[in-house]
Design a protein around this ligand. Structure first.
Ligand SMILES: C[S@@+](CC[C@H](N)C(=O)[O-])C[C@H]1O[C@@H](n2cnc3c(N)ncnc32)[C@H](O)[C@@H]1O
Length: 399
């Protein structure tokens, strides 16, 4: 029995799903050996993954015998494992990263949110090509009856759902540029190669007969929960909300940001210090804006999607760096230290309230037979586990 974990990173989020899949196999065949192949890019920190497997209480190796973890450092857009060798494939939170950046734009940190239609089309073309490459590679690897379950960032009908944070991130980059900490060229290169897909984009290669060996069993899109936001609603601690989101964005997008600084960076400019400054600016922006909103200035909570779009495009104009009466809004503890001379405009205030529309995450099940309609996955570890049980339980593993 071979389970492949495509885009495993350091494995923290793989422990639950892999453990559950192994248990379900064992319920039917207690002695069946299972190999779990964690795949990621060659640069991935596989050492941390194996350390976690060995030492962490959450490791799926705990209390389970005859389980053999392996790793492959190779892009999943190409073949990773031998033909016909994979029983169950799993990929979470990875496939919204594109194989390469299709285009650099100078009006946003994500080309998918650029005002330029050509730029957005270029993103969609790469998303389509990548998805097809992923499917073709898996169709070769899957055994007859095998399945792949994928969960990644999605796209709603009118918004992707990620705009609010993407816009804050972009405004933070602009603030660094306004403060003379980034050049125009560096700012332009900071175009992140990620974007969500709609259910239609996911289904397109199946509808067009481009992967005839595979059947799409199920696609669903749902709003992803946000534990940081839930906590903020409980506590009103906007500084903590900002800090937690900024740390998350740093972990996900920091390497891209650092790479955009180029290889010949002036030794007087410290990459880590610049990343620290960006993280602080982002944390401060979210904190300041939410702090004001929490105290009753959340005047745009029920903005329609159309209003949001209008505000979103208006906000693409970089704001000017000035001092002003921003402190007239009651800024919460920790949010009052402004790292640089930039001010949130009323436009960014309005945008921040759109946080109530969280990222949407599609979940997809692809199989090389069409017999079973499976359920979808989820977002938090616990919810994700509960949801994939349905998929895994219907998995027709062979004795
Ligand atoms: C946000 S992490 C997700 C980790 C984990 N699966 C989870 O659910 O949290 C995304 C991972 O996908 C990996 N990744 C991105 N593009 C990839 C590719 N083309 N081939 C393999 N892994 C890729 C990244 O290196 C990163 O480790």
């Amino acid at each position: 029995m071979t389970i492949a974990d495509y885009g495993a990173s350091q494995g923290r989020n793989s422990m639950g799903p892999m453990g559950r899949a192994i248990d379900l196999v064992r319920e039917r065949d207690a002695d069946r050996p299972v190999q779990v192949v964690h795949t990621d890019l060659p640069s991935n920190d596989f050492a941390s993954l194996f350390t976690l497997l060995a030492d962490d209480p959450a490791s799926y190796l705990r209390g389970r015998g005859e389980v053999h973890p392996l790793a492959v450092g190779r892009s999943y857009f190409d073949a990773v494992l031998p033909a016909g060798s994979v029983d169950l494939g799993w990929s979470s939170n990875a496939l919204h990263w594109m194989s390469h950046s299709p285009i650099e734009v100078d009006d946003h940190a994500w080309a998918t949110f650029s005002a330029c239609a050509q730029a957005r089309s270029a993103v969609d073309a790469v998303l389509a090509d990548d998805w097809l490459r992923f499917l073709r590679a898996r169709s070769r690897e899957l055994r007859p009856g095998g399945r792949v379950v994928c969960q990644f960032m999605g796209r709603g009908e009118e918004q992707q759902g990620f705009e609010w944070m993407a816009d804050h991130f972009w405004q933070a980059i602009l603030a660094l540029r306004a403060a003379g900490q980034l050049t125009e060229a560096e700012t332009r290169r900071m175009t992140a190669p990620s974007a969500g897909r709609s259910p239609e984009q996911i289904a397109a290669p199946f509808a067009a007969g481009l992967v005839p060996e595979l059947a799409l069993d199920h696609v669903s899109r749902f709003v992803s929960p946000d534990p940081f936001w839930d906590e903020y609603r409980e506590t009103g601690d906007a500084a903590r909300l900002g800090a937690r989101w900024a740390a998350m964005m740093r972990a996900a997008n920091g390497p891209n940001f650092a790479a955009a600084l180029g290889s010949g960076l002036d030794p007087a400019r410290d990459r880590d210090a610049l990343l620290d400054a960006l993280t602080q600016e982002l944390a401060w922006r979210v904190a300041a804006i939410r702090s004001a909103a929490f105290r009753g200035t959340c005047w745009c909570r029920s903005a329609s999607a159309a209003e949001f779009q209008a505000k979103n495009s208006a906000s693409r104009t970089p704001h000017t760096a000035t001092t002003h009466d921003w402190k007239a809004h009651s800024i919460g503890a920790g949010a009052s230290r402004r790292p640089m001379n930039s001010r949130p405009t009323s436009r960014t205030l309005a945008k921040a309230t759109t946080r109530i529309t969280a990222p949407e995450v599609p979940s997809t099940v692809v199989s090389n037979d069409s017999s079973v309609a499976a359920t979808s996955t989820a977002q938090t570890r616990t919810a994700r586990l509960a949801r994939i049980e349905g998929i895994l339980e219907s998995f027709p593993y062979k004795r």
